[in-house]
Design a protein around this ligand. Structure first.
Ligand SMILES: Cc1cc2nc3c(=O)[nH]c(=O)nc-3n(C[C@H](O)[C@H](O)[C@H](O)COP(=O)(O)OP(=O)(O)OC[C@H]3O[C@@H](n4cnc5c(N)ncnc54)[C@H](O)[C@@H]3O)c2cc1C
Length: 442
């Protein structure tokens, strides 16, 4: 029995059937079950190193995980140790240096409030519940991305345990190849134990949402898409077409109702922001929450669900929207369209492998699944959403891919060859199973 030969770990392993097994293998998307060989929940970097060595001795692969928000991408976990870093919870903010250091298990919710107190903001996304690590390793697009780019490229140092059990610190000057690969290459190169990243001074910004009845979705989308080419990088806007369930977690005014919502965040003066949104305001929103607000407001602006839920999801990066075809899919719980471009299209010299993302709009759709029948109906609707967008596709964003996929489709051929060579250098026997698949170069 393997557990009899466990190395000494301050947090142990959990095996199928053990008390706590179901809790340890639970994930954000309730349609998916994780069935690894074992799970370990380390609380120190040394625990992580011991667990990696142990898994190798047992002949297992290692799948690093933080919050399980992207577990669908991992696929089959048999003969795999699920190494969940949620015990690594340190957060340190250095406001003078505009730097943050977090343990690999930290969710954005533990960072944004602390930064807010110093008049600082990070490049987090729509949900405070998402983990800093998976988000950063895959790219990371949020409210400030058109101005400041992806979170992956705000990362200044990464500490990780590599396949030989060594704790390595990488940055621009140390293991620079590995540092490049990690910032976009996901969990393929080791188990991250800590991340450091740059943040931005943001005392206040003009942010909020314009709510329209769902029936106005066509007008809203037409007005919004006409505006996009003229908007400055300092303004990020999303259109969300959503049916809100009648549950207490949803704000009272939205409970059980459907809306076309334009959400936005503008790093600029209120008057300028108001003017930029004028074409949408002229459509007559029934609720307008835009105001000068502290950056902590961005954590909840999208009103993402915080509790796990059962859903299927799809997305595309596109250059245009076939609005009428998409509105045929109003049966879906949520369709969301995020303005891309700006800094997301500009590579900086020191960026990682995920330097930019293509497309003018990120189009995403999600259907909540209540039973097998509704699951099939959601799949059919998502397939129709995919088909409508196919002619306009510019690419994919790996963090929004919820099934196992070959990483080659996300990178330019030369970057892909370099990623595989770095994988061979640091993980020649392919111990680490990431959320996108990168096989070592042969
Ligand atoms: C409700 C919701 C809202 C979202 N909003 C946004 C958004 O606004 N913008 C955006 O860009 N993305 C968004 N995402 C996608 C999100 O960025 C990805 O799901 C991301 O992978 C989640 O990271 P995680 O660490 O929370 O999840 P996990 O499932 O724990 O991790 C995802 C992957 O990251 C890697 N990883 C995690 N921890 C480690 C580690 N310690 N060492 C090595 N590898 C590791 C692994 O490969 C793992 O499979 C959202 C997802 C959800 C479910």
């Amino acid at each position: 029995m393997l557990s009899a030969t466990l190395p000494s770990l301050s947090a142990g392993f959990v095996y199928p059937g053990d008390p706590g097994w179901d809790e340890a293998r639970s994930a954000f998307n309730l349609t998916l079950d994780q069935h690894p060989a074992a799970i370990t929940l380390p609380v120190t970097a040394r625990d992580v190193a011991a667990a990696v060595r142990y898994a190798r001795a047992a002949g297992w692969r290692v799948a690093p995980q933080s919050t399980a928000h992207n577990q669908g991408a991992l696929g089959d976990l048999s003969d795999t140790l699920l190494l969940n870093v949620q015990g690594l919870q340190d957060v340190h903010v250095d406001p003078g240096a505009l730097r943050v250091r977090v343990g690999a298990g930290v969710r954005w919710e533990r960072v944004v409030g602390r930064l807010n107190a110093y008049g600082l903001a990070a490049l987090h996304g729509s949900s405070p519940d998402v983990g800093v690590t998976g988000y950063s390793l895959g790219g990371g697009i949020g409210w400030l991305s058109r101005r400041y780019g992806m979170q992956a490229n705000a990362v200044t140092a990464i500490e990780l345990v590599t396949a030989d059990g060594a704790l390595v610190r990488c940055d621009h000057a140390h293991h620079a190849d590995l540092f490049w690969a990690l910032r976009g290459g996901g969990g393929n190169f080791g188990v991250v134990t800590a991340l450091e990243f740059a943040v931005h001074p943001v005392d206040e910004l003009y942010a909020g949402a314009l709510f329209f009845p769902y029936e106005r979705a066509a007008d809203v989308l037409h007005a919004w898409t006409r505006m996009l080419p003229h908007l400055p990088d300092a303004l990020m806007t999303w259109v969300t077409l959503g049916h809100f369930p009648p549950i207490p977690d949803v704000p009272a005014f939205a409970r059980g109702r459907s809306f076309a919502i334009v959400q936005g965040a503008f790093l600029g003066a209120e008057g300028d922001g108001w003017e930029l949104l004028r074409p949408l305001r002229e459509l007559g929103p029934i609720r307008d929450t835009f105001a000068n607000v502290p950056p902590i407001v961005l954590a909840d602006l999208a009103m993402d669900p915080l509790d796990p839920l059962p859903f299927h999801l799809t997305h595309h990066l596109v250059d245009a929207l076939p609005i009428e075809a998409l509105l045929q899919r109003s049966d879906l719980s949520l369709m969301q369209f995020r303005h891309m471009g700006g800094a997301l299209h500009r590579a900086t010299a020191d960026a990682g492998v995920r330097a930019t993302l293509p497309g003018e709009i990120c189009a995403m759709a999600l259907g909540v699944v209540m039973d097998e029948d509704s699951g099939r109906a959601v799949r059919r609707s998502l397939d129709a959403f995919d088909a409508a967008l196919q002619p306009y596709r510019a690419g994919d964003y790996p963090n929004f891919v919820e099934e196992p996929s070959d990483g080659s489709r996300y990178f330019a051929p030369e970057d892909w060859q370099r990623l595989r060579a770095i994988k061979r250098d640091y993980d020649p026997t392919d111990v680490f199973a990431g959320n996108i698949r990168i096989a070592p170069a042969s």
